[in-house]
Write a protein of this length. Structure first.
Length: 147
């Protein structure tokens, strides 16, 4: 899921491979913390099936908090928001893809496509405000319901 989002980010923003670094130790930590949270939801809270909104909230949270991706060079300079918000954008891309996959499996034809205005406000909040995984899950739920 993260790898596809990473490749989609590079495609959307035309980011050359040489201008983005991945810290694989931090990325492994993101995955480990995400699965630890999922395990906690299963065992401690007794949630058998975790919905795509909650999955998306936790994934976005850990990507935004630990920041395993870093843009550099000309890409960082010329794509100021996309370069600075690489982790937040990859989290959003992965999460929207996850929710859309769940929608397709549930028989919905329409996919969610967040508006530019939502993305700007969401990126600002992820970068400069405290957002916990549960609040992110609720935001994803509302984006899905009100799409």
């Amino acid at each position: 899921m993260i790898e596809r989002a990473f490749l989609r980010y590079r495609s959307i923003f035309k980011c050359p491979a040489r201008e983005i670094d991945v810290d694989y130790y931090v990325l492994a930590d993101v995955v480990q913390r995400y699965w630890r949270d999922v395990d906690r939801l299963h065992h401690f809270h007794g949630i058998k099936y975790i919905d795509s909104h909650k999955i998306s909230g936790y994934l976005t949270y850990w990507l935004s908090k630990l920041k395993p991706f870093r843009t550099k060079g000309n890409f960082y300079k010329s794509h100021n928001n996309a370069g600075k918000l690489v982790n937040e954008l990859i989290g959003l891309i992965a999460s929207v893809a996850r929710i859309n996959t769940s929608r397709t499996l549930a028989g919905f034809d329409e996919k969610i496509v967040p508006s530019g205005q939502f993305i700007d406000a969401f990126m600002y909040s992820l970068r400069y405000r405290y957002m916990n995984p549960d609040s992110l899950s609720i935001i994803y739920y509302f984006v899905d319901v009100h799409n």
